[in-house]
Write a protein that binds this ligand. Structure first.
Ligand SMILES: NC(=O)c1ccc[n+]([C@@H]2O[C@H](COP(=O)([O-])OP(=O)(O)OC[C@H]3O[C@@H](n4cnc5c(N)ncnc54)[C@H](OP(=O)(O)O)[C@@H]3O)[C@@H](O)[C@H]2O)c1
Length: 387
């Protein structure tokens, strides 16, 4: 398969040829403009473009394994306060133990199932109460000193700054509210499955959508007030499968297309609020994460065959079914094992003053295929890659 042969990550490509201009050398002519062709994932320059991280906090969902786990560690190493949402923390399983074992005040694990509204609410509460807002103390000083701040604060401001040094910090800020803020939310939690439309049950469609799509929407809505106050970032982990369909991947593709649509709408709405919304569309990194394993593929296949309607089972037959399963196994073994392009993309989205709208951490084969599938007439693209 070409995908296995052309497996050099796109991040190794000389991206300067694809970018409009490096921020170090001057602003891009169209600031904030992002064109899929010009937004490959990581490059040495992305690390140079970062803003100072300071005491910024980020919540990541799905930190038990895979990208989420690596990202939590990476952001911590860069100085972020990390709230790592873990699905299995309550059960005492998964990556939360390693994260807790870091014994760092900047690494805080929190039980978080994105399908459970109550757990999401509890996570918001936890983040709310444990956010270290350096401005908060000063803001409280304001409140204590001025009983009716809105009417008299401006008049008192100058006098107060001279008598109460802590108030100076707040007086410099545009906002005088007391609410805590969260800089970033990374919607990473996800599950995947495979199977042609006729082979996939409605339950499966709904299970995958519950995590990947509705989990993303639910978590974003819950944390948005905290992000909005910080004029922060929402980073949604979609997939190249959120840009192009693929045979036998409809239960996954529709959820990632949904994440893309949700992110676009949110980006338009949040523009005026100063919140930036970024989408990361990884290619095939299955070999490096726990999204699929040979055991999981077998379990999905066995369950699917067992639940197939009689008519489908008879019409297609076992041989055809096994062929599809083995194609999936080949796809899963052919992916990149180095997740750093994905992690670097997310880091850039969270820390660059001018993050991209879309990031494409993927190898050449998938990047070219995605450009052709999204830019060429379907009749040509389908002929090239599907039929
Ligand atoms: N790997 C790839 O090739 C690839 C490509 C494109 C996009 N992505 C996307 O990248 C994201 C991360 O996937 P990954 O590859 O790192 O796979 P992963 O290792 O399986 O990570 C996904 C994480 O989400 C967690 N999770 C599952 N259901 C959850 C729920 N209801 N609430 C909270 N957390 C939940 C999983 O927990 P458990 O481990 O406990 O189940 C797991 O820790 C996903 O959104 C995936 O769709 C991955």
């Amino acid at each position: 398969m070409l995908a296995t042969r052309v497996s050099r990550p796109l991040s190794r490509f000389s991206v300067r040829t694809l970018k409009f201009m490096d921020m170090r050398n001057g602003p891009r002519p169209m600031r904030g403009f992002s064109f899929p062709f010009s937004t490959p994932s990581s490059s040495p320059s992305s690390v140079n473009e970062v803003e100072e991280i300071g005491k910024r906090s980020v919540l990541i969902t799905g930190c038990d394994s895979g990208f989420g786990f690596s990202l939590a560690k990476h952001l911590h190493s860069k100085g972020f306060i990390v709230f790592a949402g873990c699905l299995q923390k309550d059960k005492g399983e998964g990556g939360y133990k390693d994260l807790d074992a870091m014994n760092s005040n900047r690494m805080r694990t929190v039980q978080l199932n994105v399908c459970d509204g109550k757990e999401v609410e509890r996570a918001v509460e936890y983040v709310n109460t444990s956010l270290d807002d350096p401005d908060r103390e000063a803001a409280e000083a304001w409140r204590d000193l001025i009983p009716f701040p809105h009417a008299h604060a401006l008049l008192c401001q100058q006098w107060l700054c001279t008598v109460h040094p802590r108030a100076v910090v707040r007086a410099r800020s545009e906002e005088w509210r007391l609410e805590p803020r969260l800089w970033g939310l990374v919607n990473n939690a996800g599950v995947s499955t495979f199977g042609e439309v006729e082979f996939t049950s409605m339950d499966t469609y709904m299970e995958v959508a519950e995590v990947n799509l509705w989990g993303t929407v639910r978590t974003t809505k819950a944390f948005l007030p905290l992000i909005r106050r910080a004029k922060g970032r929402v980073v949604n982990i979609s997939s190249m499968m959120g840009r192009m369909g693929s045979p036998a991947r409809s239960p996954y593709c529709i959820t990632k297309f949904g994440v893309e649509a949700f992110s676009d709408c949110l980006r338009y709405e949040m523009h005026s609020q100063g919140v930036k919304v970024c989408i990361v569309e990884p290619g095939n990194f299955i070999a490096a994460t726990s999204l699929y394993s040979p055991e999981r593929i077998k379990a999905i296949a066995d369950k699917m065959w067992e639940e197939l309607p009689e008519v489908v089972r008879n019409d297609y037959g076992r041989e055809y079914f096994d062929e599809q399963v083995s194609k999936m196994e080949t796809y899963c073994n052919s992916g990149s094992v180095d997740t750093s392009p994905v992690i670097d993309s997310i880091f850039h989205a969270l820390s660059s003053p001018t993050p991209y709208t879309r990031y494409h951490p993927m190898d050449y084969y998938w990047w070219v295929r995605m450009q052709i599938m999204t830019h060429m007439p379907a009749a040509i693209a389908d002929r090239l890659y599907v039929y």
